[in-house]
Every structure is written in C-alpha cells, then in structure tokens.
Design a protein around this ligand. Sequence first.
Ligand code: GRG
Length: 299
Amino acid sequence: MAEINIKKYFEKKAVLVNKALDNYLPSEKDYPPVIHTALRYSVLNGGKRFRPILAIATAEMLGGSVKDVLPCACAIELIHCYSLVHDDLPCMDNDDFRRGRPTTHRQFGEPTAILAGNALVTVAFEIMCNSSSKTSRQNGRLHKVMVEIGIAAGMQGMVVGQAADLESENKNISKEMLAYIHAHKTGALIMSSVRVGALVSHATPNQLKRLTDYGKKLGLLFQITDDILDIESTQEKRGKKIGGDIERGKATYPKLHGMKKAKQLVTDLVKGCYKDLKPFGKKADTLKAIVDYIAQRRA
Ligand code: GRG
C-alpha cells in the first residue's frame, strides 16, 4: 500500500480545482440569472473532483505543472457534472438527490437542467480553447487533449455507454456487454483524465501506454466499487439514493458476477494498476494511493 495521506491530498487539490471552477463559471448575476445560477448549482456543490485530481496527479508525477493541466482538468470536471445533471433527468435515471441536495431539474425544472447540461459541455471546450498558450499551440498538445476529451465524452465514450446502458435496462445482458457499458459510460472519462495529465506533461509513447492501461483499470475499478456501494452504502454517505441500480433493472457487477466475485475483481484490478505503475517507481506513489482510495471508498 502506498504511504501517502491521500485524503489530505484530495482535500488540498479539491480547493484548487473548486477555486478555478468558481472563476471559470459566469456570475449568477449575469442575464438571465436562472441559467447561470443553475450552472453554478450543478458544479459548485461538493463533488469529490476525482477526475481533475487524477489528471493533476498524473501531470505532477511526470514533472508537469499544475498550472498547465488545470484548465483541462476543470473542463473534464464540467463534462462530468453535465453527465450527472442529464443522467438524473426523469427521462434517464430520474433521481431526486445528487451530492446531498436536490438534483438540478428538481431545483430549477427540466428545461433549465437540460440547458445547464448543454452549457457545461460548451463552457468546458471554451475554457480549453482559451487556455491555449503559444507553446501548446505550436506543439499541438492542446489539440490532442481536446480531441481526447471529445472522444471520451462522446461517441466512443460516455454517450454510447449511456445509450447502451439505457438499451439494456430490464434485460438479461452478457458479462461482455456489461464490461462494454462500464468501460464507455464511466471508464472512458476516467481513463482520459489520466491521459490528459500525461499528454499535457509530455509523456513518452511508452509512458502513455502504461498510463492508459492504468487508467482503463482504474475506470473499471471505480465503476465496480460504485456498483458495490449502491448495495452496501447509505444515502447519508453517498448523497444520493441507494439501490437505484436494482430498482431500475440495471445490470451490475454484483448482479452478474455475484458480490464475492465483484470484490475479488476489485482486488485483482488494484494489483493490475500497481503493476502498470511499476516502471514509474516511487514517483507513482500518489497514483497508487488513488487506487487504494477508490478500492476502499465508502462514498
Ligand atoms: C448523460 C451522456 C450521459 C451520460 C451519463 C456518468 C454517467 C453517464 C452517468 C452517471 C451514472 C452514475 C451514477 C454512474 C456511476 C459512476 C459515476 C459516474 C458516479 C458519480 O461520479 P463520482 O462518484 O461523483 O465521481 P462526484 O459527485 O463525487 O463527482
């Protein structure tokens, strides 16, 4: 196990990310106030900031600067927030609570929640475009990062994963289909967070390959622990309803593989992540601690 106070690390980096998000988002006083208020409500509400922190930790490991990765890390978080706002809508998962308070459509109505989700995606790409420095333009780094995020959020990632997930509700799906859904719906953006940290920090092709493998496993680990927590945690700890997967007839790892096998997979994925990080030596201690943090999380 990595000897890093990962809770403290997350707390410290979350302050940085929250401050940047606060600065990036338009003021609630802008016209018309309701959409601006809804946007800020959907973002500045106590998320763990797992994805941006993952991008930052990867960049730091490779000697990159937080300043360079922060705009892209925040863009990833905004896209994640959009996915939650839309996923909570009555036409999707129909959830009333998110991050411990009413979901955006519950607070502002469906039309505003849809618009807020749309705006979060466009603002994310606007932030990345505006972050372009002369050097990043010259070496095409920012272009690569933006393509990476577009792919992960869209038709090779989150959107197709969500579509397959909706399509599979109340059906007996195969373990392969479940793996497809998890890898695309949740895994793609997590893997991309690692890759974005690496791309911004000039990773070599070999390093990028290792980190891509790590990110892929971490994404699956995140989703399997999410499936387990949907059964074993509490609404108080998670800030949202528990048992929603079963209620909606969703296939999950505990449902298809059994709880014992699901927990065994968590252990195997932790070992796999550690193996991927081996060539980075001690520099990878934070990324290793993040693996432990996800495997052991209770919320
Ligand atoms: C609407 C295109 C579209 C996609 C939605 C991500 C997603 C796809 C739906 C969310 C459904 C869900 C709860 C999946 C489980 C994994 C997950 C994304 C959990 C929430 O992420 P956390 O735990 O949340 O990082 P916080 O609130 O800490 O940011």
